[in-house]
Write a protein that binds this ligand. Structure first.
Ligand SMILES: [Zn+2]
Length: 214
């Protein structure tokens, strides 16, 4: 999608995972993450991005990708098995990161604090009652207006025409979206670390070493 979005997924993944993977593993993970925003992944794949209220589908997609990581690492060690595991982790992270920019999770979290919210680094990316809240929802794509949103000179017009529950009005994809962007970014970085820690706990040591490749 836009260079801005690509840059942010790339930066967040590096911030969160830094030295935890070998360079070749990290680059494969990031490439698979960014590929989810290619045109082919934009239509009919709400679960890649938690779009259109696809909360359950997004959650299931993440579990499915985690399953692919385990499957790949259970098979005999080979470069292709490792690449398969890293790519699945990249796809998993894309959805996990988009969760915070495409749903109202950040808004629900901030709403608990009225006028004095804690700073962005303190956001809990997985507060149970919010994750399970019936008020949790994500932006609906309204074509063609949500397409116009991505054309800079049409954006003001699109925003005037789009309803409050639209992708265009709800998304926290870039700093231009205001102060909530910093919370969405901080939550996505923390969630990325959480997904890594979860695999470190789940995988037997020898499988984890193959995964991290360090
Ligand atoms: Zn996306």
């Amino acid at each position: 999608m836009t260079p801005m979005l690509i840059k942010i997924h790339d930066e967040m993944t590096r911030d969160a995972l830094g030295e935890r993977f070998s360079p070749r593993a990290l680059e494969t993970i990031i490439a698979a993450n960014l590929k989810q925003d290619a045109i082919r992944g934009q239509f009919g794949h709400d679960e890649f991005h938690y779009d259109n209220d696809a909360i359950e589908k997004g959650d299931r997609y993440i579990i499915e990708q985690r399953g692919y990581i385990l499957t790949a690492l259970l098979s005999p060690a080979s470069d292709s098995a490792s690449i398969f595991a890293w790519a699945a982790f990249g796809r998993l992270l894309h959805a996990a990161q988009d969760f915070y920019s495409h749903t109202n999770y950040v808004t629900l979290w901030l709403d608990q604090y009225a006028d004095s919210p804690p700073p962005p680094p303190e956001i809990d990316p997985l507060q149970k009652d919010l994750i399970e809240s019936p008020s949790l929802h994500s932006g609906k794509i309204h074509l063609p207006m949500d397409g116009f949103y991505f054309v800079p000179f049409l954006r003001p017009l699109a925003l005037r025409l789009l309803p409050p529950n639209s992708h265009g009005r709800m998304n926290l994809d870039s700093p231009a979206q205001g102060p909530k962007f910093d919370y969405a970014r901080a939550a996505a970085v923390k969630r990325t670390q959480h997904e890594f820690d979860l695999l470190r706990k789940l995988l037997p040591p020898e499988m984890f070493v193959r995964f991290a490749d360090v």
